[in-house]
Design a protein around this ligand. Structure first.
Ligand SMILES: [Zn+2]
Length: 520
């Protein structure tokens, strides 16, 4: 732009005054030009009580933090990026209702579906949605019967603060279809295509600021950020603290179980309605933050269970390997300990537990062991039965246990054993993979009779395809059998401190394959 030279000094002075006035006016107006909208984020929260021996997490502390932030930043939206109904020790009893109670007290605003929301089937999730005082948002989870989002959840919501509007839509992992139990009537649409459609629809209403609330893998989140014009992605699923940028949009994921609270401040222009800048901080949730007293009612309601779960039953001086990807592929110290406990408790020759029934899916750090730890490893209430069988059948049982080891990444049938030592080679045909096999130090004798302690899931229900156990004789039936968790807990209590370590009882000759990434 060309300005004509001022015609007189008087005019020049007037011009300077006008400019100065404009500059000072804009300086004064600047703070009022943007509206700060604060997104508070947690994701993958499976229990409301603190974790890590009380040091981290705890939703009563999150409520204290939330109230403090709201005082300072009143335009706040509190978000959960999915995975809360399952899995947990509490959910064995309450099927996630205890978490909905907690979120209702916390004043959660919106959640999207995580893959684990469908673990108890679609009807239980519908019930949980009815109990929720907050809204579930889901753009790509569709009920085939209605053609609309599952449970009549809105695909997106719009919030208005001081004249600026924020649109927010939900996305869930497509693989939920096969990794959880949504049933035949629920389908999961492609996240990228859905995000494009959502942004278009929200923009069409003149809303410039769009947030995706997602439960996807980081690579999918990055793809969504590249293919759709979102301003930020509030995500989850990985269980670890992740901060990334893709397609110009930041992506946030907090560590599981509310170990952090994410505070993401969107500075939105009042004139354009678009995000001008974003500030954020990751707030650790620790025992330095007091519980909000409002939460006490929940602790009362579930107090008896929480007290029982936090009861210390012993100690481990070593880390306990309870990760699924490991326990379904090779001998682990937890697998050995369980199979040893089964064998000892029933005075059997051999103990066997399928890797798929050993849960927790984490490396449990050395230290105190609580009732919660035991139940997180053995949540299924299986019973430890005793069978009698020929050596030939026992060999068949073990062959079955390794028959999918080369074919599947995490075969649930994989046998964790006691009293036997064996070597197998996944490159050999299924059914003849075991190359060496001894029982209590002696080569297995096909004609001899052996006793086996195992779970009723395998022995009575023939779970994981152990049908051959039909021809074994039952010595301790289900009706007289102890719970697996009680057997293992008793073994811990008896020793006070345990230090299980693998002793090479299972040798695998084809160990080149690496375990698949864990699924959260
Ligand atoms: Zn997940």
């Amino acid at each position: 732009m060309h300005l004509k030279p001022p015609s007189s000094p008087k005019f020049a002075l007037a011009l300077i005054i006008v400019f100065a006035a404009i500059i000072s006016l804009s300086a004064q107006q600047k703070p009022e030009c943007t509206v700060r909208v604060t997104l508070l984020q947690v994701n993958d929260v499976y229990q409301f009580a603190p974790v890590d021996n009380g040091k981290r997490g705890g939703l009563a502390r999150v409520l204290t933090l939330k109230k403090a932030i709201q005082k300072e930043s009143p335009n706040t939206i509190f978000l959960l990026s999915g995975d809360t109904i399952s899995p947990s020790v509490e959910s064995i009893t309450y099927k996630g209702a205890q978490m909905i109670d907690a979120w209702n007290i916390l004043g959660l605003d919106y959640s999207t579906f995580g893959n684990h929301e469908f673990d108890f089937g679609p009807d239980v999730l519908r019930q949980r949605m009815k109990e929720s005082k907050f809204k579930w948002v889901a753009a790509n989870v569709i009920d085939k019967k209605t053609g609309k989002p599952f449970g009549d959840a809105p695909a997106y919501v719009v919030r208005e603060f001081d004249g600026v509007k924020v649109g927010l839509f939900g996305l869930t992992l497509e693989e939920t279809k096969v990794t959880s139990r949504p049933g035949p009537d629920v389908e999961f649409l492609n996240p990228c295509n859905t995000a494009k459609r959502m942004v278009k629809e929200i923009h069409a209403q003149g809303i410039k600021t769009v947030i995706a609330l997602t439960h996807l893998s980081m690579s999918e989140d990055k793809e969504v950020a590249r293919c759709a014009d979102v301003d930020a992605i509030i995500g989850g699923h990985e269980h670890s603290l992740l901060e990334s940028v893709s397609g110009g949009a930041p992506i946030f994921k907090m560590t599981a179980d509310a170990r952090e609270l994410g505070q993401i401040d969107l500075n939105i222009s009042k004139t354009t309605g678009a995000v001008e800048s974003i500030d954020w901080k990751i707030i650790p949730v620790t025992n330095d933050t007091p519980d909000d007293p409002e939460f006490a009612t929940l602790n009362q309601k579930y107090g008896a269970l929480l007290k029982e779960l936090s009861r210390v039953v012993g100690r481990s001086s070593v880390d306990l390997e309870a990760r699924s990807a490991v326990g379904r592929n090779r001998e682990t110290n937890v697998g050995d300990f369980i199979a040893d406990a089964f064998r000892a408790a029933t005075r059997s020759d051999v103990g066997l537990m399928n890797g798929g029934s050993i849960r927790a899916d984490e490396l449990i750090g050395a230290g105190t062991l609580t009732r919660r730890d035991v139940l997180s490893i053995l949540p299924f209430k299986n019973r430890v039965v005793k069978l009698e069988m020929t050596g030939a059948l026992l060999r068949q049982v073990l062959e079955h246990g390794v028959a999918r080891s080369a074919e599947d990444a995490e075969p649930g049938r994989f046998p964790q054993v006691s009293g036997v030592r064996f070597t197998f080679d996944g490159r050999r045909p299924a059914g003849s993979r075991i190359t060496e096999l001894t029982v209590n130090g002696q080569p297995l004798d096909d004609k001899k009779t052996y006793t086996l302690a195992t779970s009723d899931y395998l022995a009575i229900d023939y779970g994981d395809g152990y049908d051959m156990l039909k021809s074994a004789r039952i010595l301790i039936p289900r009706e007289r059998a102890q719970l697996d968790s009680d057997v293992v807990q008793a073994a811990i209590v008896a020793r006070k401190t345990i230090a299980p370590k693998t002793d090479g009882r299972i040798k695998r000759l084809d160990q080149n394959q690496k375990p698949r990434t864990e699924c959260n």
